[in-house]
Write a protein that binds this ligand. Structure first.
Ligand code: ATP
Ligand code: MG
Length: 138
């Protein structure tokens, strides 16, 4: 499983109609889509997903944002997937994201930053399993 990561195209990018453009970049970067679905998270599910941040001052804002519209959840496969994907999406704050990264291209701010990428192999597996049953991961 170390060659897999998990991503979500966030509600801001969905609202702006960027799902197709973002998936094209992911595809052209050589990631294989192993599982994918568009879903609307409840506030409680969004809160559970980002539970690690629950003591942070931005937690309430983050939960509200992530549940305000549909997200596209996907499991992606590539050699060194977690690190390669974090490079492709760029820094959390789009003002600091490298040119050509997904956040540089599509994110508006540190809070509404277009896309999520897992930060470790272990979290990639936990997050993928949060959204997809074994039968849905190919
Ligand atoms: P993600 O986990 O979504 O891929 P990340 O790993 O780059 O993002 P984290 O530190 O895990 O960044 O923060 C999770 C999310 O919380 C960020 O993507 C962003 O939406 C929001 N966030 C992080 N820091 C702030 C902040 N200072 N103010 C507002 N929102 C923030
Ligand atoms: Mg993170």
């Amino acid at each position: 499983m170390t060659n897999r990561t998990f991503t979500m195209i966030k509600p801001d990018a969905t609202e702006k109609g960027h799902i197709g453009a973002i998936l094209k970049i992911i595809d052209e970067a050589g990631f294989r889509i192993v599982a994918m679905k568009i879903i609307l998270l409840s506030a409680s599910k969004a809160g559970e997903f980002y539970e690690v941040h629950k003591e942070r001052p931005f937690y309430g804002e983050l939960v509200e944002f992530m549940s305000r519209g549909p997200i596209t959840a996907a499991i992606l496969e590539k050699d060194n997937a977690v690190d390669e994907f974090r490079k492709l999406i760029g820094a959390t704050n789009p003002a600091q994201a490298a040119d050509g990264t997904i956040r540089k291209l599509f994110a508006a701010s540190i809070s509404e930053n277009a896309i999520h990428g897992s930060d470790s192999d272990e979290n990639a597996r936990i997050e993928g399993d949060f959204f997809f049953s074994k039968l849905e991961q190919f």
